[in-house]
Design a protein. Structure first.
Length: 201
């Protein structure tokens, strides 16, 4: 396979399909074998359970990570010339066959990932930008807050926003604005907690 996952966790947008395609940010974990920990109540898990397949999309658009974390994605954002559910924004992608190991005492299932096909559409020259990764970290914390309802995951949001405003461009700033909008619209309680830790609308 031309695309290799480095040891540790690689952030991608995972896509699956049922009646319509679904997309969500996900960490692909390499600890001697490839796997993902997927929440059992998610669309991603239900689709994987039905079809035993998933695609990892490599994407450089931080706003798309935010959108796919909280919204259903419009089918127009998927390639029409591929059988697999591939995002048009992906510069590369890997298709997996999946083996599920459900853990009865856990909220997540361990899903082993077996690469079946990989495609590199372009090789972007992308210098490291702190704002891009700050958007990813903020999105991860926001989704954990959404699932676990623990306000500790909101405490770093002002720090991430300061990095994004200092180091980012228009897309990264739009990403953090979108993320705050999702959080603030979720519940009035969430609004109170964000303001209490220093967030601004």
């Amino acid at each position: 396979m031309e695309i290799e996952f480095r040891e540790g966790i690689s952030e991608v947008i995972a896509t699956t399909r049922n009646d319509r395609p679904n997309a969500a940010p996900m960490g692909i974990i390499n600890r001697g074998f490839l796997y993902a920990l997927i929440y059992k109540d998610s669309h991603t898990f239900l689709n994987v359970k039905k079809n035993n397949e998933m695609v990892a999309n490599f994407v450089l658009d931080p706003l798309l990570y935010v959108k796919t974390a909280f919204d259903d994605v419009d089918p127009s954002l998927f390639r029409s010339d591929e059988d697999a559910p591939v995002l048009t924004a992906a510069y590369a992608w890997v298709e997996f066959a999946c083996t599920i190991q459900e853990r009865s005492t856990q909220k997540t299932a361990l899903v082993k990932l077996h690469p079946t096909r990989s495609v590199i559409l372009q090789r972007p020259i992308s210098p490291v930008n702190r704002a891009f990764y700050a958007v990813l970290e903020a999105t991860i914390h926001a989704t954990r807050y959404k699932t676990l309802k623990d306000p500790k995951y909101l405490e770093c949001m002002p720090h991430y926003e300061s990095i994004i405003r200092k180091c980012g461009g228009k897309t990264e700033v739009e990403g953090v604005h979108g993320l705050k909008k999702y959080l603030l619209n979720r519940r009035s309680r969430c609004r109170i907690e964000i303001i209490a830790i220093g967030g601004k609308e």
